[in-house]
Design a protein around this ligand. Sequence first.
Ligand code: ADP
Ligand code: MG
Ligand code: ZN
Length: 481
Amino acid sequence: MNINIQYEPVIGLEVHVQLKTQTKIFCGCRTDFGAPANSQICPVCLGLPGVLPVLNKIALKYAIKVGLALNCSIGELIRFDRKHYYYPDLPKNFQISQYELPVAKNGYLEISGNGNVKKIGIRRAHLEEDAGKLIHTNELTFIDYNRTGIPLLEIVTEPDIFSPEEAYEYLTTLKGIISYLDVSDCDMEKGSLRCDANISLRPKWTKQLGVKTEIKNLNSFKAVRDALTFEIKRQKELLEAEETIEQETRLWDEKKQRTFAMRSKEEAKDYRYFPEPDIPPVIITNQLLDEIRASIPELPKARMERFMREFNLNYADARQLTLEKNIADYAEERLKAYPKKDKKTVANWLIGPLTQEANQRGKNLSEIPVSADALCELIDLVENAKISNLAAKSVLTEMIDTGKNALTIVKEKNLIQISDESTLTKEVEQVLQENPQIILEYKKGKTNSIMFLVGQVMKKTNGKANPKLVQDMLRRRLENA
Ligand code: ADP
Ligand code: MG
Ligand code: ZN
């Protein structure tokens, strides 16, 4: 047994991004999601004889946009190729894809774990047409061809990823960039972002790649991470038992949390690639490149750095708030509106209670209807000790549910904090009388026990006392007693 060998996982990811064009890649059919089955089809996407595909210019521009954002070199001449495979979901029995002359190649994407930056090589990004959707029932299989011919951009990394966490980080970062470029919905649930993961193990002392398996059927980034973790363990056990790893495609079973062999992997020669004769090669002019370059907005990394600079946020906060475009827009509007220089409070509200509200409602933060002014007003109420932090959270929930502003809710519910010493004296004295044991503990040096007393006063005042003031009043009495 080779149990003394230390193995290292090597991972390469293939991501298919559905491009958000109104029409398909080689015909004028619409691409609306959820349309009745086979209502968005024509002779071209059905692959009937005698038709001619015409390249969708927008799809090409979107692909170049992503290529540039991933630091790729863009082909001066790009070409489409036929990739043959015999499946019912692609009625032509070949897929128009790109082989030797893809849109983009040799780029990289920077990921960061704990602030360390690492470059993941992008081998290539190429355009291709999506296949139809098979719907299996117990006895029959149905085919919906609406998806056939929707433009896909396949983005393939170098085998530069060395852990499931890095794979997760890569996917999150990639999705963020694509959301900024506004070229895809990036919704894994709708299938507009799909990922296949390739993984092999190698002894730590070599750079030579081991035999890999390819995992499909991954429906979330978490599934990618879990499947890779499982596959590392499976391959390691095989290697340690001196068994061979088959080069094959495996399927992730989410319920059983394991992979199963699906088929042995095709090789390029099995696909019998050859140039697509019906689509002339496309020359990419510098003018087109300049035009697309000018349309690329500030990307997540630059925006994160600006958030750190402009709003004085720390790395973790700035990163979380800039990862996705719509969240960053939402956050920026609110950070800018806050009049004080220290924006940390706003960031805390966005990352904490507001994100929590979004999660509980199954929504994106950017869909939470709390305007910049409304949020500032709520924060002011807390900052000026008018309401407690706890009360503020319930006010926020009510603001979202009813659309009322914070002050109205505070007045209606009588939530104004009691910040007046004389009003609280009675309760403070009572609590001290009722808890001689705690006072003893405090005097013996267990100063934390004061928090228990604060809690008791809060209870007596139905949560309306200003906890800072209560703590202060208690401390003065305890020190002087
Ligand atoms: P295939 O022809 O099987 O699709 P490719 O060479 O096109 O394989 O690579 C597909 C993906 O798998 C790429 O992301 C690549 O980096 C990755 N990859 C290739 N070989 C290995 C390996 N031995 N271990 C892990 N990943 C690999
Ligand atoms: Mg491949
Ligand atoms: Zn069509």
